[in-house]
Design a protein around this ligand. Sequence first.
Ligand code: GTP
Ligand code: IMP
Ligand code: MG
Length: 340
Amino acid sequence: MTCSVLVGGGWGDEGKGKCITYLCYNDKPDIVARAGVGPNAGHSVEFNGEKYGLRLTPSGFMNMDARLLIGAGVLVDPEVFHHELEYLNKYNLKNRTYADHRCSIIEPQHKERDKSSDYLSKKIGSTGTGCGPANADRVMRVAKMAGDIPQMEGYTTDVPLEVNEALDNDKDVFIEGSQGFGLSLYYGTYPFVTSKDTTASTAAADVGVGPTRIEEVIVVVKSYITRVGEGPFKTELNQDEAEKMGLEEYGTVTGRRRRVGLFDMDMAKEACMINSATQIALTCVDRLFPQCERTRDYSSLSPEIKNFINEIEGETGVPVTIISTGPDLMDTIDLREELL
Ligand code: GTP
Ligand code: IMP
Ligand code: MG
């Protein structure tokens, strides 16, 4: 059995969706379990020329044999949940996607409270998806749970039971986090953070697995950094500089322009330490070094790229095992064999 957790090492949008797609397509885990905050996330998944934006459904959905579970720690917006079941209908989601019956529910009032609060929507720059107010209600113990509402009938299960039984039976489980280290309520740039811790330990707790069962912790870092919303950003570039480098990005959920900056080694080191990373996935290498676009062969990388990778490994003490050279799941250099 292998139980892996994947989390973001930046301020979200590191390309977790892409890495999860590759790993789940390749390794075929029996369960893909979604952890993290909730539908404030926007994961992009690209394969076979198709592109999907997901907010709640586990990004490993294209692995048709996997059960797709949403952990109790994750907030569920029933509208988003059902929209994605329809949207991804051809992947047979309706027969294999379940949320834990203890997931807290995002109601329309939570979205209204998120958007109408100047503090959340303007000062913090929240996504307006109701996550902050819904987590506040959960802490106040007034939130509804998935098992209590007709909209989720037929789509709830006991996620920890399923996950732990699968591990007992030597099956593989992949836990996908959302957001990123810099947005952690505990370790991020408070108060410019999301409404929950976003590290690997919390991702495991979200789906009901204890620390002793986790074997691999994959931290995803981008070759440069992006941030949406407000808050400090030590290595930020101004828009002109970012454009000159060809780095312009827009958010999957909000459509907001992402702030762009240079790779931050201190942040990568801290993210690896607090997540107890065993592997690093480095994404968007092709955006910084266009000559490597779509390559799948490590030996073809230029000395400059190899130096960059070596420096990350040297500073963090963690091997870079996945190198992403394009948005499609196939645009990946997989060095995991070399660890064995
Ligand atoms: P959150 O859960 O919202 O934090 O998102 P995420 O980590 O899944 O990332 P998101 O999909 O929001 O943003 C990453 C963007 O980069 C998407 O448009 C991806 O398609 C794209 N992407 C991912 N990896 C690569 C890569 O290696 N190269 C290029 N060119 N694009 C990539
Ligand atoms: P909230 O999680 O909607 O309350 O937003 C709080 C902060 O986290 C804002 O700066 C958001 O832009 C940021 N944020 C939340 N989720 C994501 C994500 O998935 N990717 C990038 N930023 C996010
Ligand atoms: Mg995103």
